[in-house]
Design a binder for this molecule. Structure first.
Ligand code: AVJ
Length: 319
């Protein structure tokens, strides 16, 4: 009997169809935009890992600090026998939490990247051979069918990735998480916090230019997958703090007037000189925002932890 199961809930061609639809919608509207999930091909995932090690990019270190210092408290508060991690990636930070849960029976990592899931499961099972790992290849924004694992369950959504969703998407997502929870279950949510503009902008516009390369990588993805002819040198990386919506926007600004052909969509996309394509929003939160959004989704905020410098927060909410 293998303790590792991998279930694909995404059809093999779902990614291609979704990319085509997102590119068609996003590049024919004004202002132009693309959803941030298309950054993460193999190269984009590598660049993101590099971002997490940049001096300017504090969220990963701040969240790891909380997980390291509070793992025992989080574990005691949840008493989880099953941990479900949405957007698990390498599962590296979650390890602290899993290690603090002696009663843990099942770990259910959910990610769109099969390679990330198998890699994470392998290294985890090397350490916890008795653990049952049931990985799901799935888009967690689309509603999940979970395996029948023992409760209490702890749903974990780290990294501040919830900030990539627009407010209405966030509300729908939190309601779908709430629907996964039974009495006694909980959600552990990572959120980046509002802070001074200079710190925020530097985190998304680093001196070494890694975030610029990450941002432009979405153009390479569209070139490769849809036969487009974006020239990456025609665009400048921009990171802008939007204080009304309390989010960072990443944009790509056309350096001159140009057109891009997207062969597989039979589409020609004109850009004016200076026109900007929004590629990501990364929302930042205040404590009262997180509380209100959890409550609006039918959850009860129970605990709140930050790193020593109050840059990032983990919230525990119960069903
Ligand atoms: C992975 C979504 C949490 O929004 O900070 C990093 C992605 N974008 N630098 C974030 C990202 C630019 C990151 N998340």
């Amino acid at each position: 009997m293998s303790p590792f199961l991998l279930t694909r809930t995404l059809p093999e061609d779902a990614t291609g169809a979704a990319l085509r639809a997102d590119v068609l919608t996003g590049l024919t509207r004004h202002p132009k935009s693309l959803p941030p999930k298309w950054f993460y091909d193999a190269r984009g995932s590598e660049l993101f890992e590099e971002i997490t090690r940049l001096p300017e990019y504090y969220p990963t270190r701040a969240e790891r600090e909380i997980l390291e210092s509070r793992a025992a408290e989080i574990a005691a508060a949840s008493g989880a026998r099953t941990v479900i991690e949405l957007g698990s990636g390498s599962s590296e930070k979650t390890r602290h939490l899993l290690d603090a849960l002696p009663e843990l029976h099942s770990y259910v990592p959910v990610d769109v990247s099969e390679s990330a899931l198998t890699g994470a499961a392998e290294s985890l099972l090397a350490e916890r051979p008795g653990l049952s790992v049931h990985a799901l290849i799935a888009d967690f924004t689309g509603g999940l069918a979970l395996p029948g694992t023992p409760g209490p369950r702890l749903v974990v959504f780290l990294g501040g990735t919830i900030g990539n969703l627009l407010p209405e998407e966030r509300a729908a997502f939190l309601r779908s998480v709430r629907a996964l929870l039974s009495p006694g279950d909980a959600l552990l949510l990572g959120t980046d916090l509002v802070k001074d503009e200079d710190t925020l902008v530097a985190a998304y516009d680093d001196a070494a230019g890694v975030t610029a390369a990450f941002n432009k990588n979405v153009l390479s993805v569209v070139n490769r997958e849809l036969g487009a002819d974006f020239a990456l040198g025609d665009f400048d990386h921009r990171a802008v703090w939007n204080p009304e919506d309390r989010w960072i926007e990443m944009r790509l600004r056309a350096r001159r007037a140009l057109t891009v052909k997207i062969r597989e969509l039979d589409l020609v996309v004109p850009f004016e000189a200076g026109e900007e394509l929004r590629t990501e929003v990364s929302a930042k939160f205040r404590r009262e925002d997180v509380r209100a959004e959890l409550e609006a989704a039918g959850m009860r905020p129970a605990q709140w932890w930050t790193d020593a410098a109050s840059r990032f927060a983990l919230s525990l909410a119960t069903a």
